[in-house]
Design a protein around this ligand. Structure first.
Ligand code: PGA
Length: 264
């Protein structure tokens, strides 16, 4: 029997779909997505379009008042306001979104984000009532050198230490091995489950057993319709952060598979 934690499927559209295409795609998937999430499945679906497309998707979601389909941003800055050209403040994100992805490996790799910045952003998200999805994961060289545990430990301690205990219930962590992202080479459920278990253990050492048992941990990296069920049935894995497969109409099918598998 799967644990009582809500299953979360977040679609990270990355730098795809401007406002018109985003609206068109959302209209395409929304009726069916709503049918699935409206069932009594304990499932939450979060769409994360590029920042400029968030208002277009928000408008469509708002019109239908889809309670189990929410909106997320892919990044934000931690400062409240000011001279930070190109950035979005937590307050701005919160106007339209419930959630924000933080520390995605592409942000770390191409834009130099550090655990320290991710930590500040996580605190800022909490302060503004946003649900942070904090991404961590090792790269291929680290994986092959057997350094996964060390890398995860460093990232968990760097990004997730000293968080306000009363906000911990909002936190979502995504384990995304970089070697699995966009490569078509997903981790096996065993590998993903072992690392999510490790994350839960490290988190428990910081915040105690109860907080660790309540923490939502997602897997991300080449998740597809074909493999989503195998991750969801793993007791340590509470959902998925989906990139490429969230851009296609059969994302609906992926969400359906996740919903059904979460009942097994
Ligand atoms: P992918 O991306 O599903 O295309 O591998 C996952 C992610 O980067 O969140």
């Amino acid at each position: 029997m799967k644990q009582a934690r809500t299953t979360i499927i977040a679609g990270n559209w990355k730098m795809n779909y401007g406002p018109s295409r985003a609206a068109q795609f959302t209209m395409e998937i929304l009726p069916q997505l709503n049918q699935i999430t409206h069932h009594d499945y304990n499932l939450l679906c979060i769409l994360c379009p590029p920042a400029i497309s968030i208002p277009a998707v928000h408008q469509l979601l708002h019109m239908g008042r889809y309670t189990h389909i929410e909106l997320g941003a892919q990044n934000m800055y931690f400062e409240e306001q000011g001279a930070f050209t190109g950035e979005l403040s937590p307050h701005m994100v919160r106007e339209l979104c419930s959630t924000v992805i933080l520390g995605h490996s592409e942000r770390r790799m191409y834009f130099g984000e550090t655990d320290e910045q991710v930590h500040k952003k996580t605190l800022a998200a909490f302060k503004h009532g946003l649900r942070p999805i904090v991404c961590i994961g090792e790269n291929l060289a680290q994986y092959e050198a057997g350094q996964t545990e060390q890398v995860i430990r460093t990232q968990v301690q760097g990004a997730l230490a000293q968080l306000p205990e009363e906000k911990l219930g909002d936190l979502v962590v995504a384990y995304e091995p970089i070697w699995a992202i966009g490569t078509g080479r997903a981790a096996t459920p065993e590998i993903a489950g072992n690392v999510t278990g490790l994350i839960r253990q490290l988190y428990g050492e910081m915040y105690g057993h109860e907080a660790a048992a309540a923490l939502h941990i997602l897997y991300g990296g080449s998740v597809t319709v074909a493999n989503i069920g195998t991750f969801i049935i793993h007791p340590e894995i509470d959902g998925a952060l989906v990139g490429g497969a969230s851009l296609k109409p059969d994302f609906v099918e992926l969400v359906r598979q996740a919903a059904e598998s979460s009942l097994l």
